[in-house]
Design a protein around this ligand. Sequence first.
Ligand code: M6R
Length: 354
Amino acid sequence: EKGTYPHYMLKEIDEQPGAMRKIIEAYSNEEGTLDIDPFIKQAFQHADRLYIIAAGTSYHAGLIGKEYFEKLAGLPAEVHISSEFGYNMPLLSKKPLFLFITQSGETADSRQVLVKIKALGFPSITMTNVPGSTLSREADHTLLLHAGPEIAVASTKAYTAQLAVLAITAFSLGGGSQKLELKKELAITANAIQTLTDAKKDIEKIALELLTDKRNAFFIGRNLDYYVSLEGALKLKEISYIQAEGFAGGELKHGTIALIEEGTPVIALATQPGVSPNLRGNVKEVTARGAHACIISMEGDSEQGDELILPHVHDLLTPLVTVIPLQLLSYYASLQRGCDVDKPRNLAKSVTVE
Ligand code: M6R
């Protein structure tokens, strides 16, 4: 039940720090170290390449998951949109492992891929929020998200839970030998999310200034911020009906910059080490053409001025934090427009047709 909350989406946004803590607990072994089931670990260890299959928000989590598997576990990974993969399979490696990421575990586009790869005899894992769901039952193994039921059509807490479980999985494959103290860093991240959900009023104000009466908006970022910008754009489109696109910061000038006019909102994520100066350069390119930019940066790497500064977290975990203001911006934009926040038009919570 949504209790005192006006919408499930807002409740689910607020539940993210708690979900994060629950995930840490659920994936801690007897020694208190983050770990996954040994059988699932074996499945990963037998594979020479990971194929991540998903749709929508889960696909966006998969893009970040690929980085985790490659960087923390040295496992080459590729990410595919399920509705494309099933009908146009790429050349597969000798020992592929398939990871289906699906909040509901019922998405038909993803299921048809599972059916096909099972018929080919390949191993599979479903990462889902719903134990006993179709994809969970049909795959060889399940990794649970422990995010609690997600009712709003717009996925919020399932996305951050997916990122956390992806990080834990990749970390445990790497034997935890990396310099990263993931358990501690995830706890810090949970607190950072809390700080942001407590700062709703500030984000509501930004939403009013930036998005009122706007027909379109752009999200830009580099590296992990780029993937989060795709998710920010999807969230905004889905519930506020503002046309939005996410871009790699350097790519806008290769065509889309033609759409920038006086007052066009550009939400710029600048949290990635090494490339935040380049991203700020991209922001200058668009503001010189009239764009109204909102820069979201991280403590320690922010420039004074009008930036929304996020609490500092480990580099790899920034997406769990940068997405929070984007979820809230979408929520308030939807509210201002009088849209049905929890049940946007033309959409269902789980898409059970191909
Ligand atoms: O249940 P799934 O994760 O398989 O769903 C995939 C997409 O349909 C879903 O993420 C959709 O994009 C959301 N409504 C986004 O907020």
